[in-house]
Design a protein around this ligand. Structure first.
Ligand code: ADP
Length: 218
């Protein structure tokens, strides 16, 4: 379903969020107070507007409260990021996602009602570290302190075997949620599904179990 997004702040983070949402077929309003940043986004958004995220009347006249999600990606200027978030919540935007710069910024955002607070640099650092530690792990999503989802490349050891034969759930306590093969993705595969070399397995489980599976099972 096509959704309405607005991205405020078009630095490296905001512009890549904007481009990706637009590429995925959604309506995206791109906002920045810097003309050049706005111009760079004209081909990658539905509308792009020069405005400040701290200008309440400008946000109001853009009809910001009707957007499904507003992403506040104002970088170093923590004061503007906080004020913008506050205005958005006061205007009644139901989903405000904000990029936080640090722990104190995060705590203030939580208090003023940001719906989701993201730390892209830290998250990316964790993902890259996981990839560095194991060449087999291509992606990593932390669900909680204990549980994660990993994407691992199928090695010789698991290829030409069915999920049933591998019996990952009984042996390691993890679940293979999906198998990616080229551009295809097989969600909730049958036990009879055969794994091929270089398939990407999307696996959920406790971190210790995932580690055991990746080290011993792959
Ligand atoms: P990143 O680390 O994601 O690259 P930056 O700090 O470089 O973050 O980018 C933040 C963006 O937010 C810049 O394009 C800047 O012009 C924009 N910005 C800063 N303050 C405001 C504001 N009050 N309203 C709208 N955009 C803003």
């Amino acid at each position: 379903m096509r959704k309405q997004f607005a991205v405020i702040g078009l630095g490296r983070f905001g512009s890549s969020v904007c481009k990706e949402l637009y590429k995925l077929g959604h309506d995206v309003l791109a906002i920045d107070n810097n003309e050049e940043k706005v111009n760079n986004m004209t081909d990658h958004s539905t509308h792009s507007v020069i405005a400040s995220g701290t200008d309440e009347s400008a946000l109001h006249s853009l009809g910001i409260r009707n957007f499904d999600y507003v992403i506040v990606a104002i970088g170093d200027n923590i004061q503007s990021s906080i004020l913008c978030t506050l205005i958005l919540k006061e205007l009644g935007v139901s989903n405000v996602w904000v990029k936080a710069q640090n722990y104190y910024h995060h705590r203030v955002l939580e208090k003023i009602g940001a719906d989701r607070i993201v730390h892209p640099e830290q998250d990316m650092g964790i993902r890259i570290a996981q990839h560095l530690v194991s060449e087999k792990i291509v992606d990593y999503i932390e669900l909680s302190d204990e549980y994660s989802i990993i994407e691992v490349i199928a090695t010789e050891k698991v290829s030409n075997k069915s999920l049933d034969q591998l019996n990952v759930r009984a042996k390691y306590g993890c679940t293979i949620l999906a198998i990616k093969r080229g551009n295809d993705i097989n969600i909730s595969p049958f036990p009879s599904e055969m794994i091929e070399l270089n398939d990407i397995l999307i696996v959920i489980g406790h971190k210790n179990d995932l580690k055991r599976f990746e080290e011993e099972g792959m």
